[in-house]
Structures are given as C-alpha cells and as structure tokens.
Design a protein around this ligand. Structure first.
Ligand code: WT7
Length: 607
C-alpha cells in the first residue's frame, strides 16, 4: 500500500515558512530555548527527553550486522537502552577522572558502541571527534594529535592495523577502549611501556559506570564536537561545534528531511564525517525516529533489500552512491518494492539532473539535493518535499538562513566597494562565492588552535564558504565549483597537501602535485603528478610502489588512485605548485597555460 501521501510535510509553503521563521520558536519543538537551569545538552535532547516523554521503548537504532543475514536479523536498540548505556559511558568517564572538555575520538565502523560513545561523551561534557575508519595511520595520528585526544574508542582489528603503530606519537592519549573485545583479547594489545595509554575493553570500562548519570547544566556554548576538515594547505582544520547547534540539526531534520516520529530513516554517511554525526546521529534522534545503521559497505542489492525490508521512509545519501545504484541497472531495482519511501535526499557533491530523474523512475520520488559543509554543521540550502524540485539545483536557503553570492575577481579575490565591503551579486545566473549571514546556531565556533584561519573565513558579517555558485531568477542556487584546490572524492573531502606530503616522503620523489580528476562514479578521484629524483626511472614498478606507500600511510580513502610521472611541475613565482594548471592539463584545457608546465624550473636533486 502506498503510505507516502498520508504524512503531511512539515514545510508546506516555502515563502510562508521563511517569513514565519524565528529561532526561538524552533527551540519550542525541543521543549523551549536553553534556560539557566538545564541549559542544553545534545544527548539529553536526543535520548532522555524521549524516555521522559514515555517513548523509551521506541526503537532508536536498528543495527544491521555485516553478515549476509544481517538484513533479516537486525539488532534493535531502544531510546531507553541508549539512554542508560550512555549514562554508563558518561559516568565511567567521570569515574576515570575525564572531566568536561575531554577529547574523545572514535575509529570504528558503523557499530552501536559508536553511538554510545558519542552520546555518552556529550552527556559528560566531553568533546567528540569521529574519525573515518578508512583513514590510514598518518591522517589518524595527525588528527588525534591536533585534537589532543585523551580517549580513543576503536575495534580490535583497527587497533592492530592502524593504532598500534602510531601509539608512541600520541602524548595526550591516556585510554584506548576496545569495542567487542574480551579482557583477554585486549590484554594482548595493552601497551606496557611506562607512560603509554591504557588499553581496556569497552565492556569493562562501562561496568565501572553507573546507570544513572546527572548530565547537569550544559551551557549552549559548551563545545560538543570537533570535526576535522581539509584545506588546500597546511594541517587539517578542526571545526569546533557547540551543544546549542542542536536546534539546527533538529529543525533541518524536520524541514528538509521531513522526519516524523514514526519514520524509519536511513542516512548512509559514515559516522567518521560530519554528515554521519549531524544526520546519522543527532537529527534523527532528536526527532525521535528509528535509524537504520548498516555495518556493511555499499552493495546495490543489499541496499535495495534494506529499503524494502525495513520500509525506509526517508533516505539520505550521496550522489556517488546514487551513481553506483544507477550503474547496477534498473532491472535490479525493479525487483524491489519501495512503496514506503517518501523522501530521498543527497549531499556532498553535485547531483546532476539525470540522477534526480533516475531516482524518480526507480523510487517514485526525486532526489532532493542539499548543500552544507563541516563548518555549517547542518543543512543550509535544500530542495523541499512540498516544493517543485529544480533538478540540478541545490535548492533554496533554509528558513532562518540568509545566503548571498559575493563577487570575485579572476584571481579569486573578493571584489570590494569604496567602503571596503564585499560586493554582493544581485544579477541572476552570475557566479560568485557562496556566503552565509553569520549567526545560525550550528555555525562552527573555531578552527581549533588556528584563530587566523578562522578569522579569514569571515568578511563583513558573512561566512565565506569557498564554494562558487550562482542563483537563478527564482532564488534557487546552482553549484559551480570549489573556489580552492580541495578534492571531493566519493563525497569525502581530501586536502591535496596531505597527499603530497606523504608522497614527498618517498626517497624517489622530488615533488608532487595532487588534483581531482573527473570520474564517472566517484565524481572525482585523487590523482598525483610526481617528479622523480634523477637517479630514479619512471617504471611501472615504481608507480606501484608509490601507490602502495601512499595507501599504507594514508589509507584507501585518501591515497591517490592514479600517479603520472612528469618532468616538472608548474610553480607560482613564490614557489607554490599551480594545481590549477595540472587540472587544466588533465582536462586538455587552456593550451596557453600549459606552456607554463614546460617553462617550470628544471627538476632538481632532493635538497
Ligand atoms: C563541501 C563540503 C557532505 C556535507 C557535509 C560535508 C561540497 C556539499 C554539495 C552539493 C555540490 C556540494 C561543497 C562543500 N558539497 N554539498 N549539494 N552540491 N557540492 O561537508 O566534507 O565539509 O564538504 O562539499 O564543495 O564546500 P564537507
């Protein structure tokens, strides 16, 4: 039976919603704005609030294990179960003297313990950093160091493969909690050297906690999450988010994802990235829905089975995943029934019109594109279920969000008026830098330890996204491209500098330039141009060795998929690699510019 039409959208009329919106009212839905007595704690609003309201027995997470029968035999965790397990986690943290502000990170796949760790940390006023399990040891070590992480939650396998080899390089790390392990198994991995972190099973840690934890007053500005994101140069940036951000997560969960309390919702994003936290954990829980959590990696047939078997109402995924479904063919999809599915949305990369129409054919609903960033904490621009979908467009700003386009010169500088203020673009279909009026609740509050970089992200009361976009005559935004060299591959943000640094470590390499190369499935893939030292020949064997080196250090998610040997790289006068020219060369564009490749400095010996 078609159940789609019976649920009325929260947002019925865009213009009315925009006019009527105010943030104080948005809080009402969460029991009112933070007050002086309890403040606001994300975990309380996500879990305990539902228990207090008598919904403790509602299923919060439906966990589908990796094995083949996982889809048919899921494990259900109710709101009450999560509330008490997170109490245990929080009180165990306190018992072990990890006070407010303690940095806790996870390196796990999609397992229930991850949700317990995130929300337990938030209850204890700690700051949580999720890490992507497909990262290699180098990106993991760097983020743990930068975040001054004191507690790491991981699995036996990931500990052995990725953590054990870097544990000496992490002076702040005091405790490693191993999920799904017995004491005997963890004993084997305990670091016995003096000063190293203790390694214990999560189970024994939880048994130190008690089942009733007082969250206590949490000021809205209390840091809650630290999400690392990549820039063009330098170290990854740690975007700091606060508890008060939860009103954005909740409100966007309602107005964009249209979450209703009896919905089954599936966000396919990995919890190691911001989407997996904001929309894999926080928004669905504050909205009281049942979330599907699938431990396994992408598999078209498995995904269709999950959508059908669990009668998923709302599905939030990425364009890369939709392209992979498209590739598996319509015949496969035709064997399944998606009649519960009411809304499909995507984020992270451009969603082309073709994918929108394909979904309409296969699922009976179009995909609603949404735009946001690690820094924005939540969805800022979107298409809405009740509004006409403009295929290929990212949609219109959320109620409560003011967006604009700032004019840029050919060199990427902002155009300033006589007063030194940036010039906003009013003309339709003219591209500029997408910017947002400062002050929405989930805006990042800092780049950890990088005040200068934080300040530079703002101009005249606007947050500069770094993305280029245009707006049509009806106010819909269209993605044009990134304004920098950062690479989006399969929806994940990769900093070229991180990849270049690791390749440059190799003794055969003088210098590397890394770009995104267009790819039919992943959108772009990471490609490296490598200049070899004089005494090394550009052989197939060396190429494989470099790819292997990069994979071992960076992990499959970050390492280049392609390496091309070149005699020289183009540089600016100040010596920076001109990745723009490498990209043009890859695409066969800009003949004039390519000559710069030839005129680049001669390759030299490694200093
Ligand atoms: C960058 C942010 C996955 C969202 C949170 C992760 C790109 C995001 C779209 C879209 C085209 C998009 C932008 C943005 N992006 N949404 N709908 N169409 N590009 O955020 O890892 O910080 O990445 O993702 O370039 O700046 P993130």
């Amino acid at each position: 039976m078609n159940t789609r039409s019976t649920t009325e959208p929260w947002l019925l009329d865009y213009d009315v919603a925009v006019r009527a919106f105010d943030w104080t009212q948005a809080w009402d839905d969460l029991g009112g704005p933070p007050d002086a007595e309890r403040g606001v704690n994300i975990a309380d609003l996500a879990l305990d609030r539902h228990v207090r309201a008598g919904r403790g027995d509602h299923v919060a997470l439906r966990w589908i294990g990796r094995q083949a029968d996982g889809v048919d035999e899921p494990v259900d965790l109710t709101y009450a179960m999560l509330a008490s397990r997170t109490d245990r986690f929080a009180s165990a943290l306190r018992r072990h003297r990890f006070g407010p502000g303690t940095g806790v990170a996870s390196l796990t796949g999609r397992i229930p313990d991850l949700y317990v760790s995130v929300l337990g940390t938030l209850k204890a006023h700690g700051v949580f950093t999720p890490l992507f399990s497909a990262f290699g040891p180098e990106p993991i070590a760097q983020r743990l160091r930068l975040g001054r992480i004191r507690v790491l939650v991981t699995t036996p396998l990931l500990y052995r493969r990725k953590v054990a080899q870097i544990i000496d390089q992490l002076p702040d790390l005091e405790l490693v909690l191993i999920c799904g392990a017995t004491e005997d198994q963890t004993a084997g991995s305990t670091n016995r050297r003096t000063g190293g972190p203790r390694v214990v099973s999560l189970g024994s840690f939880l048994s130190d906690g008690s089942e009733a934890f007082e969250i206590g007053y949490t000021a809205p500005e209390t840091p809650a999450l630290l999400h690392f994101t990549s820039g063009t140069t330098g170290t990854p940036k740690g975007a700091v988010h606060v508890h008060g951000a939860v009103v954005t997560h909740h409100m966007t969960g309602r107005l964009v994802l249209d979450l209703h309390p009896d919905d089954v919702f599936w966000c396919t994003a990995d919890p190691g990235w911001v989407t997996g936290t904001s929309y894999g954990i926080i928004a669905p829980l504050t909205n009281g829905v049942t979330s599907i959590v699938d431990e396994a990696d992408f598999d078209a047939e498995r995904w269709y089975r999950i959508l059908e078997r669990h009668r998923v109402d709302v599905f939030y995924t990425a364009p890369t995943a939709i392209r992979m479904l498209q590739r598996s063919g319509v015949e496969l999809a035709a064997g399944f029934d998606f009649d519960a599915l009411r809304l499909v949305a995507s984020v992270g990369e451009p969603l082309d019109a073709d994918a929108v129409h394909w979904c309409e054919r296969v699922f009976g609903v179009p995909v609603l594109d949404t735009w946001w960033q690690t820094e924005t904490g939540g969805i800022m621009i979107a298409n809405y279920r009740s509004q006409p979908v403009r295929a290929g467009s990212m949609g219109r700003p959320l109620p409560g969000i003011e967006a604009t386009l700032l004019a840029r010169t050919a060199d990427g500088e902002l155009v300033l008026d006589a007063d030194g203020s940036p010039v906003e673009i009013d003309d339709p279909d003219t591209s500029g830098e997408l910017a947002l009026r400062v002050g929405w609740p989930s805006m990042f509050r800092a780049y950890l330890d990088q005040d200068d970089r934080y300040r530079k992200a703002f101009v005249d009361g606007w947050y500069r996204s770094g993305d280029l976009a245009r707006r049509d005559g009806d106010g819909y935004y269209w993605f044009v491209g990134r304004g920098d060299d950062v690479i989006k591959t399969a929806g994940h943000l990769i900093g070229p500098f991180e990849v270049e640094s690791v390749l440059d470590e190799h003794p055969a390499v003088i210098e590397t330039g890394v770009i995104g190369k267009p790819d039919a499935t992943a959108g772009t893939i990471v490609k490296a141009f490598v200049v070899l030292a004089h005494d090394h020949e550009p052989t197939e064997e060396l190429r494989r060795e470099l790819l292997g080196h990069a994979r071992a250090r960076l992990g499959a998610a970050v390492a280049p998929r392609e390496i091309e040997f070149v005699d020289a790289l183009p540089h600016t006068r100040s010596g920076k690699i001109m990745r723009r020219l490498l990209k043009a060369r890859e695409l066969g564009e800009d003949e004039g510019d390519i000559s710069a490749l030839e005129s680049a400095p001669e390759r030299t010996e490694r200093p």
